[in-house]
Every structure is written in structure tokens, then in C-alpha cells.
Design a protein around this ligand. Sequence first.
Ligand code: DAK
Length: 260
Amino acid sequence: MAYKNLLLEVEEGIALLKINRPKVLNALDRETLMELQGALKELAQRGDVRVLIITGEGQKAFVAGADVAEMSEMGPQEAYEFSRLGHETLKMVEEFPCPVIAAVNGYALGGGLELALACDLIFASEGARLGLPEVTLGIFPGFGGTQRLPRLIGKARAKEVIFTGEMIEARRAYEMGIVNRVCPPERLLEEAKEVARRMAKNGPVALKMAKKVVERGYDVPLQEGEELEISAWANLFSTHDQKEGMRAFLEKRKATFKGE
Ligand code: DAK
């Protein structure tokens, strides 16, 4: 399907999705969020996608936030609907049935950083700048930033980012544990694709279930998380891929996974 504000390609199981509004630094308006939902549904249904990479078009920005021009005119009802739309979209990213890598190629601000935080891994280019500047606009992060960032880096560090509203360099974001790795700008997409290809070789059902168990288990007491792990792990023994993966190891050959 063709999108107005997104560019989408799939090559050898790796989907590359670019937010494509470079004139406004890829700011997220309602139309783009709705298109994102459409693209995520399309990719999840295809069956041949093993890893998704999300990045921004152009040299300057991943996503510079929710579209301030559009938001500035909203009344409370529209703001409520916009908030729901944003939350639903990021939930779809978080629950996407394969690993998702954010390749942060420039500014990742506000809703843009919140989008990256909904991804499983964040790779950032050396010059990228990240932040949650919402308080400078008289609001606070509303697409999950107040929830996902403290869980990722702890309350004190998250509060520093949220309360100052200041941008941080990619290297500092790495030290804080927001970013998995920092790459030279010309290497960013290639490094994301290399890691994606390595993940894509593994059993798709195992990846999907591992992601689900990490996500669900993170927010529940340890014992409950362990129960989730036990049942999901045992269920894998009803799949073709578990049999194939273990047989291939014993027969000293490469496994051919089917995703079932
Ligand atoms: N929205 C709309 N347009 C934006 C934008 C944004 N977030 N960011 C940049 N642009 C536009 C600029 O207006 C400019 O447009 P023209 O003037 O050319 O028409 C163009 O992109 C280029 O930007 P600049 O000229 O400003 O470029 P600079 O290099 O000088 O500066 C910058 C880059 C990233 C430092 C600067 O653009 C900037 O500060 N942008 C705003 C960053 C920001 O505040 N982002 C956070 C937005 S608030 C909610 C949930 C979540 C949210 C909201 C509601 N609910 C619960 C309801 C999320 C909120 C946010 O994300």
C-alpha cells in the first residue's frame, strides 16, 4: 500500500519504515500516526517480515515530536482523541510481533523520542539529539514518555530529562542507557540492518514470544513473570521451529525456520 507520509520497503525479511515529512523534521500529525497504524498492520500481516527498522527521512531528524502546528489549534476533545491515537500507535510498535529497531538519525524529540522508546532497541547517529521538551511548551510527555523512560533508566535520570526539557547528545543518551549504540551517521542504517539480519536468522516464533515475555514480565512481580516464561517456553515445544532448531543442531546443519 502507498502512504503519503511514510516510505516503506521490505528486503529479505527486513522492513525499513521511514517517517517522511522532512520539511517539518518528520513531526507526527494525525495523518502520519494513522498511516503508521496502517503500515504496522500491513507489515504484521505479511508474514515475511522478521525485523522492522524505523527511521526518519532526511539528514536532520528522526522525528522532532508531535506536530506542534496541528496541536496548537486543538480543543480538549481533539487533544483527547490525538492522545488516544498516539498511545494506540506506540502500543502497536511495542507489541509488533518482531523486534523493532529505531535508527535515530537526528532529532528525536518529544513524541519522536517516545516513538523510539516504544521500539525494542535504539541505535543513534553521532550527531543525534534526544529529549522530551514538552514542558517548554506547557505540556508534559503524553505518548508514554513519563512511563517508558523511568522504566528504562530509572526515575531520577528520567526526571532530569523530563523536568529540564533539554536535549542530550547521543553519547550521553548511550551512557544513560537510553540508546543501545552510537554509530557514525553514514553507518547508522547499515549497522541497524546488520543487527536486524543477525536477528532475522533466528526462530521467528521464539523472537516473538521472547519479546512478549520480556514486555509483559517487566511490569509484573518476578514470580508472575517466571510463570509467563514457563508457559510461553513450554508452548514453543509445539512448534515446527523448536523441533527443526534442535534437530539442526544435533545434525550439525543450519536450521530452516518456518515461523510456525
Ligand atoms: N512540529 C511541527 N513543526 C515542526 C516541529 C514540530 N514538532 N519541529 C520542527 N518543525 C518545523 C519548524 O516549524 C520548521 O518549519 P518552517 O518554519 O520551515 O515552516 C521546520 O520544521 C524546520 O525546523 P526549524 O527551522 O526549527 O529547524 P532548526 O534546525 O532551527 O531547529 C529543532 C530544529 C528540532 C531544535 C526545532 O525545530 C525545534 O525545537 N522543534 C520543536 C521540537 C519540540 O518541541 N518537539 C516536541 C514537540 S511536543 C500528547 C502526547 C504527546 C505529545 C503531545 C500530546 N497527548 C497526550 C495529547 C507530544 C508532544 C510533542 O512531541
